[in-house]
Design a binder for this molecule. Structure first.
Ligand code: ZN
Length: 647
């Protein structure tokens, strides 16, 4: 028994040592406008992003956080889906968008805005921003025009994206008449579009022709050294699953024909430090630690008769398309008239546009977006699928750096700030990739409507899967097992102090002092909490929070605050301490199960602004009047399991 009254200084000092950004933007991977949100979207982007946005709200105040997302509406995917559905594209996209927005709301994904790139509140802002960025990239030498050959449909008089052309697979062993222009989805054969046999347009059925077309290519090699410097600084903070691939990509590399290998081996020791590996096409690739070393080595190789070229194919990507549904290229580019920005850069820029939409909807000046995106003291966190890391790190990094007046240095105040990336692995369901034909494909709505789960039950389980660390499997048996724990011991930890206060202490928090051991445990869990939340490292943290919740049940077992036959002073201290633990639990679990914690907050009659990290470690004052006990985690009906409740 200790003599702690009021907040223990040690939790406070844990909190005062925290680094807090001035502001934060949180974004989640943008769903295409081609169907409802499914479990994979929620697990791999929207729920982890929401947990992080709520965590940032606890840390720096929700008013300093912008959590934005929207539908990725441009490009051929939406166009083709609308065409298939036989609907005008605007109507098609709006229907999908509204359905997605509703699902996100049902899962308590607390976005400031869920808009979309083509929507009327967003498009004018977004188009102008994209065009401004394109002009800056052009003026800073990151764009080059290249001519290529592309399918053209003479009947509808337009260029066709590759996926709009089908034909017979060029693989003589395959009889697929419906192969894509670049790939056969039956035999996996990859081919150049011109090798497709009997090509036909999926729009008009006409025979398409190959025509020359000019496009803008983004030259990411212009900023690859700056990106290398940025990424090398992330070795301690980013997960290697996100960092290693992109860092490897930006390391300066050259390649030469394998026939030069013996001559290279003679020279090897005299070249700057490098790694070598074989590459397809009997080539040797050398990777250096910086560009200057590569240039030295390249000159030395050339002196010995070894011709080499830069291995930077990754860095050149076409970023315009011959389709009408998108953001038009700047009008002064007359030779690109009628072309639009490719949907990838379009969607990478979109969260900035969404931030302006969100500020306007909050009744604030949209120009304040700069305080979130252009301030080195602010942070931008992006949650996305692991397979999109290339785009969100390298293409976005190049777009941002390319807008700077000096592209050879990292951003300073006033520049667009580079973002923090959380890549999530794919979710499997029942041990397999989700697919409609396997019957393991679930939309977010189905789990609530047909399976009867509550959104918080799903959210809690998804957080336990740890998709940021590894590929994980969604198993209904494990979900139900977890729900039994929530409805059982965890629910009991919430209910017991409230019931005991009502039955024995007049519905108020009793006078008491905090039990020292519990205070020490609290300091430990708070330390762990702030560290894990910052890294979006949830599964082990949740197990520790569950253990902390068991403290309440232990206090009841040991001191029996609900039973008059035991000494009153220790009962009061135990119950006072139980409410202290309960308040800490409520705040710590809020990002994971927000609706449930809101209900608990109402039972405890605490103000809405109690959801702040600085409220951790501060007891509910003695004499505080409580509301009635509510229902927190429901019993798992199928199992016939009743929540524990006593006192
Ligand atoms: Zn084939």
């Amino acid at each position: 028994m200790g003599d702690h009254r009021g907040p223990p200084s040690d939790v406070a000092s844990v909190l005062s040592n925290l680094k807090r950004p001035r502001r934060a933007v949180v974004t989640a991977g943008m769903p295409y406008a081609n169907g409802p949100l499914h479990l994979g979207h929620l697990a791999g982007a929207h729920v982890p992003a929401d947990i992080h946005a709520r965590w940032m709200g606890l840390l720096i105040g929700r008013e300093n956080v912008l959590f934005v997302c929207g539908t990725d509406e441009h490009g051929s995917t939406s166009e083709l889906s609308a065409l298939k559905a036989g609907k005008p594209i605007r109507e098609f996209v709006d229907t999908i968008h509204d359905q997605q927005a509703k699902t996100l709301q049902r899962y308590s994904v607390g976005l400031d805005t869920y808009t979309g790139t083509s929507r009327p509140e967003c498009f004018p802002i977004h188009a102008k921003l994209c065009q401004d960025i394109l002009r800056q990239l052009r003026d800073h030498g990151l764009l080059e025009k290249r001519s290529s050959r592309q399918w053209f449909d003479p009947k509808v008089q337009r260029f066709l994206p590759d996926r709009f052309v089908r034909g017979r697979c060029p693989n003589p062993k395959c009889e697929n008449e419906d192969a894509y222009s670049d790939e056969c989805d039956r035999c996996g054969h990859q081919h150049s579009p011109e090798d497709l046999i009997r090509p036909r347009s999926t729009i008009s059925d006409a025979t398409p022709e190959m025509r020359e077309t000019v496009h803008w290519f983004l030259d990411m090699s212009k900023v690859s050294e700056t990106m290398r410097e940025w990424l090398e600084g992330k070795k301690k903070t980013w997960r290697s699953s996100v960092l290693s691939g992109v860092l490897d990509t930006v390391m300066p590399s050259l390649r030469f024909a394998g026939e030069h290998e013996p001559a290279y081996k003679e020279l090897k020791a005299s070249l700057p430090k490098h790694k070598s590996k074989y590459a397809p096409g009997k080539q040797v690739v050398l990777q250096f630690t910086n560009r200057a070393d590569l240039d030295t080595a390249r000159a030395r190789l050339k002196d010995s008769g070894i011709d080499s070229e830069l291995a930077d194919g990754w860095a050149h990507r076409s970023i315009t398309r011959d389709i009408a549904w998108g953001v038009p290229v700047p009008e002064e580019e007359t030779d690109l008239a009628g072309k639009t920005l490719y949907v990838w850069p379009d969607s990478l820029i979109a969260p900035i546009s969404f931030s302006r939409v969100a500020l306007t909807q909050r009744g604030e000046n949209p120009e304040r977006y700069a305080e979130f995106w252009r301030d080195p003291e602010a942070r931008i966190y992006q949650f996305l699928g692991q397979d999109n890391v290339f785009f969100y790190v390298l293409m976005q990094g190049a777009l941002w750096l390319g807008t700077q007046s000096d592209i050879t240095r990292l951003p300073v105040a006033g520049d667009l700030q580079l973002t923090e990336i959380f890549g999530c692995f794919h979710l499997q369901v029942g041990g397999q990739k989700m697919s409609k034909s396997l019957g393991n494909f679930f939309t977010g709505d189905q789990l609530l409507d047909e399976k009867g789960y509550e959104a918080d039950q799903i959210r809690y389980y998804l957080a336990l899967l740890g998709l940021a660390e590894k590929q994980s499997d969604f198993e209904f048996a494990k979900l139900d097992e977890r729900n039994k724990f929530l409805a059982g011991p965890l629910n009991a930890a919430f209910e017991r102090p409230i019931s005991a206060a009502h039955s024995k202490f007049g519905g108020r928090v009793p006078e008491g002092v905090l039990i020292e051991k519990v205070v020490a445990d609290t300091v430990r869990i708070v330390q762990r909490y702030v560290k894990s939340m910052d890294r979006a490292d949830h599964p082990n943290l949740l197990f520790e929070i569950e253990n902390y919740a068991r403290t309440i049940n232990s206090l009841f077992t040991q001191y029996k605050p609900h039973d008059d036959r035991h000494p009153e002073e220790s009962r009061r201290n135990a119950l006072f301490t139980a409410f202290y633990v309960l308040k800490n639990l409520m705040i710590m679990l809020y990002p994971f199960v927000p609706s449930t914690m809101e209900r608990l907050r109402e039972s405890l009659r605490l103000p809405a602004d109690v959801f702040r990290i600085d409220e951790l470690g501060t007891p509910i004052p003695a004499g505080h009047e409580l509301g009635p006990k509510g229902t927190y985690f429901p019993a798992v009906a199928a199992e016939g399991h009743e929540p524990t409740s006593e006192a």
